[in-house]
Design a protein around this ligand. Structure first.
Ligand code: TEU
Length: 593
C-alpha cells in the first residue's frame, strides 16, 4: 500500500521527470507494413535515452478495429497484430526499464470498441449480463433520439440498436459506445484490466477523457438536452458530459482499489476541466490522480462559442496564453500538480501554432518554445517529432487525411453546412489531428526517411529530406539538443521542479517573462513570441529581491539563439531579444558596488 500522503508530495519521482509521448502508428515500423510497431519502438529507445526522458507515454496498442486509431479497444489485454505481440510488448518494457525509463499506458475506459465482446454481447439482448456495461435509452415517443447532443466526431451521440429496440450512447464515433460507470460490475472489470498491466510491470496510466465517465443523469434517468446554440442542428453535448456528479467518487474508488497498491504515475485527460477541478483531482491529500491534461491553453486560437468549435480559427493572443498558464500555475502550486504540454496526437504541431515554421525561424522558435514550456512548474510532455521541431503538414486535399474527426468534419461542413471547401481545408491544415500523425522522419534518405520499408499509412511531411532526426541531432544548436539540455537541467536543479513560477508583463503581446524561485535560487526566463527584436528589463520586484547592497548577475543556462556576444545574453536591463529568441538565466546575488 502506497501511503496517500506521500503520493504527489515533494520528492515524488515524477515531479522532476520529463515524459515523451509515442504515437505507435507513426513512430517506427519494423516489419515493412507501413504501420509503426512495438519492435520499431524498441529499436529507437536509444534516441529517447539520449534525450534523457524518464517516462514514455504510449498511445493505445491494444486490439482494435482502428476506427479511431486504437482509441476504440476490442480487447484490453491483447496487442493489436499490426503492433506486435505481448512478447514484443514485454521485450519493449524490459528494454525501457533497463534504460531507467518508465512506461505509462493509455487507459481508454470511457468507451470501448463496438467489436469488444462486452458490446457484442450487450447489444444482443436487454437480459444479457453485459447489457448494463453500456448506456441504453428508449427513443422519444416520436422515435427520435433521447436528446439533442452532437458527438465529438459529428452526428448524434445516440445510435439505434435494432436487436434490443433502443439507442446506445457514444460521445465519440458510433463505433465507440460509452461504458456505463454507474455499473459496479463494469468498474470491477476496469480495476482488473488495470491490475493486469500493472502486474506486467507497467508504471502508470494516461487516462483517456477520464472526466467524462460520470454522466449528468437526471432523476428520471434522462440526459438533459444541451442548450440550443445553432437552431435546427444537433447541439454540442461534449461539455455536458464532462465533470459529472460521481466523477470524484469513481476516481477515489480507482485509487483505493488499484492505484494505491502500486507506485504509479497517473495523468487524466480532462477536456473542459477548470482549475477548481484540477485542484480537486490532483490534490495529494484528497485527490485521486497525480496530474491532468487540461485544455484551456489549447482552445485560445478558436472563436469561443462558435458552433464550428476548434475549426473556427482566430489568431492566438499571447496574453491569453500567458494568463491561462499562470492561472493553472498559481492554482495548483503547493496543492496539486500540472502537466505541461503544447502538443499531442490530437493537436497541431507547436512550432507552427505557437512559433514560426518559416525556415529562418523554425529551429530557433522551436528551441524558444521548449525553454518557455519547460520553465513552468509541472511534468513536461514531449510529443514525438516535437524534439526536432517538426511543423504542420500542408495537406493539399482531404485525400491526404486519415483522421475520423477530420474526415467527418469535412463531409458535414461542406456537404451539410455548405461551408467553403477552401476555408475548410485551411482549418484542417491549421488544426487537423493528422498534423501530429505524419510518420517520424528518422533520416534524410529513403525509403520513407527510415520510418518504413513499405508504404506509410499516411504520407510523411513533404520536407522530410530537410527536417529529420539525424540532421537535427547532428546540430549542437538543434531542437533535440535544447530538449536534452532542459531535461538535464531539471534533473540537477530542484528550482525547476519545485520552484514557484511567477509570470511578469502578462499584458505584453510578444514577450513572455517568467521567474522560478526556491529558497535563494532565482531563475529568469525571457521569450520573444514575435518576428521583431524586443527589449526587456528584469522586473523591478525581482531586482529588489536581491536585497539592499546586492544585485543579480545572470548566468545563461539555456539559449535558443546561442550566437552573439555572451555578455549580451547575460544582460538584465535593456536586454535585446531577437525574433523568436528565448533565454533561461540563473540569477546569482553579488554585492552591488
Ligand atoms: O481525446 C479527447 C479529446 O478531447 C479530443 O477529442 C480532442 O478534443 C479533439 O481531438 C481535439 O481535436 C481523446 C484522445 O486523445 C483522442 O485521440 C480520441 O479520439 C478521443 O479521446 C476518444 O477516445
Amino acid at each position: 500500500m502506497i501511503a496517500a500522503t506521500r503520493r504527489g508530495a515533494v520528492g515524488a519521482w515524477w515531479r522532476s521527470a520529463v515524459a515523451y509521448q509515442i504515437y505507435p502508428r507513426s513512430f517506427c515500423d519494423s516489419d515493412g507494413d507501413g504501420i509503426g510497431d512495438l519492435r520499431g519502438i524498441t529499436s529507437k529507445l536509444d534516441h529517447l535515452q539520449d534525450l534523457g526522458v524518464q517516462v514514455v507515454w504510449l498511445s493505445p496498442v491494444y486490439a482494435s478495429p482502428q476506427d479511431d486509431n486504437g482509441y476504440d479497444i476490442s480487447d484490453y489485454r491483447a496487442i493489436a497484430p499490426e503492433y506486435g505481440t505481448l512478447a514484443d510488448f514485454d521485450e519493449m518494457l524490459a528494454a525501457m526499464h533497463a534504460r531507467g525509463m518508465r512506461l505509462v499506458m493509455d487507459l481508454v475506459v470511457n468507451h470501448s470498441s463496438d467489436e469488444h465482446v462486452w458490446f457484442r454481447q450487450a447489444r444482443s439482448s436487454r437480459d444479457n449480463p453485459f447489457h448494463d456495461h453500456y448506456i441504453w435509452r428508449d427513443p422519444k415517443p416520436d422515435g427520435a433520439p433521447p436528446n439533442n447532443w452532437e458527438a465529438a466526431f459529428n452526428g448524434s451521440v445516440w445510435e439505434w440498436n435494432e436487436p434490443t429496440g433502443e439507442y446506445y450512447l457514444h460521445m465519440f464515433s458510433r463505433r465507440q459506445p460509452d461504458l456505463n460507470w454507474e455499473s459496479p460490475a463494469l468498474r470491477q472489470e476496469v480495476w482488473a484490466l488495470m491490475r493486469f498491466w500493472l502486474d506486467r510491470g507497467v508504471d502508470g496510466f494516461r487516462m483517456d477523457v477520464i472526466n467524462m465517465i460520470s454522466k449528468p443523469w437526471e432523476a428520471d434517468g434522462r440526459l438533459p438536452d444541451a442548450p440550443v446554440v445553432r437552431p435546427g442542428f444537433l447541439q454540442p453535448g461534449f461539455a455536458m458530459s464532462c465533470n459529472g456528479p460521481r466523477l470524484m467518487e469513481f476516481l477515489r474508488e480507482m485509487r483505493r482499489e488499484v492505484l494505491d497498491h502500486y507506485d504509479t504515475l497517473t495523468v487524466g485527460e480532462a477536456p473542459m476541466a477548470t482549475v477548481r477541478q484540477g485542484r480537486e483531482i490532483t490534490d495529494p491529500r484528497t485527490g485521486a490522480l497525480d496530474m491532468l491534461f487540461q485544455f484551456e491553453h489549447m482552445d485560445l486560437d478558436s472563436i469561443p462559442g462558435d458552433p464550428r468549435g476548434k475549426w473556427a480559427l482566430k489568431p492566438l493572443h499571447l496574453p491569453d496564453l500567458k494568463r491561462t498558464m499562470q492561472r493553472w500555475q498559481d492554482a495548483l502550486h503547493g496543492c496539486g500538480w500540472n502537466s505541461l504540454y503544447l502538443s499531442n496526437h490530437d493537436q497541431p504541431r507547436p512550432v507552427s501554432r505557437f512559433g514560426c515554421d518559416e525556415p529562418a525561424h523554425r529551429v530557433g522558435s522551436a528551441r524558444m518554445l521548449a525553454i518557455w514550456l519547460h520553465a513552468h512548474q509541472g511534468t513536461p510532455y514531449i510529443y514525438q517529432g516535437e524534439e526536432i521541431g517538426l511543423p504542420n503538414t500542408p495537406f493539399a486535399s482531404i485525400e491526404d487525411c486519415r483522421d475520423i474527426e477530420t474526415l467527418n468534419m469535412h463531409r458535414i461542413a461542406i456537404g451539410e453546412r455548405g461551408e467553403d471547401p477552401a476555408e475548410v481545408m485551411a482549418a484542417i491544415r491549421a488544426k487537423g489531428r493528422d498534423n501530429a500523425r505524419t510518420p517520424m522522419p528518422w533520416s534524410g534518405t529513403g525509403p520513407h526517411a527510415g520510418f518504413t520499408r513499405g508504404t506509410p499509412w499516411i504520407d510523411l511531411h513533404p520536407h522530410w529530406r530537410e527536417i529529420h532526426v539525424e540532421r537535427d541531432r547532428a546540430d549542437p544548436h538543434g531542437v533535440f539538443a535544447m530538449y536534452r539540455r532542459l531535461i538535464a537541467l531539471r534533473r540537477v536543479h530542484p528550482v525547476l521542479a519545485e520552484g514557484r513560477c511567477e509570470g511578469w508583463a502578462l499584458d505584453h503581446s510578444r514577450l513572455a517573462i517568467l521567474s522560478r524561485s526556491l529558497g535563494d535560487e532565482l531563475w529568469l526566463v525571457a521569450c520573444n513570441f514575435g518576428g521583431d527584436t524586443e527589449t526587456f528589463d528584469l522586473p523591478e520586484e525581482l531586482a529588489l529581491r536581491a536585497g539592499t547592497g546586492w544585485r543579480w548577475l545572470a548566468e545563461p543556462m539555456a539559449l535558443s539563439h546561442p550566437a552573439g556576444a555572451p555578455d549580451a545574453h547575460a544582460r538584465l536591463q535593456g536586454a535585446r531579444l531577437a525574433p523568436w529568441e528565448g533565454r533561461m538565466l540563473r540569477l546569482c546575488r553579488v554585492p552591488s558596488s
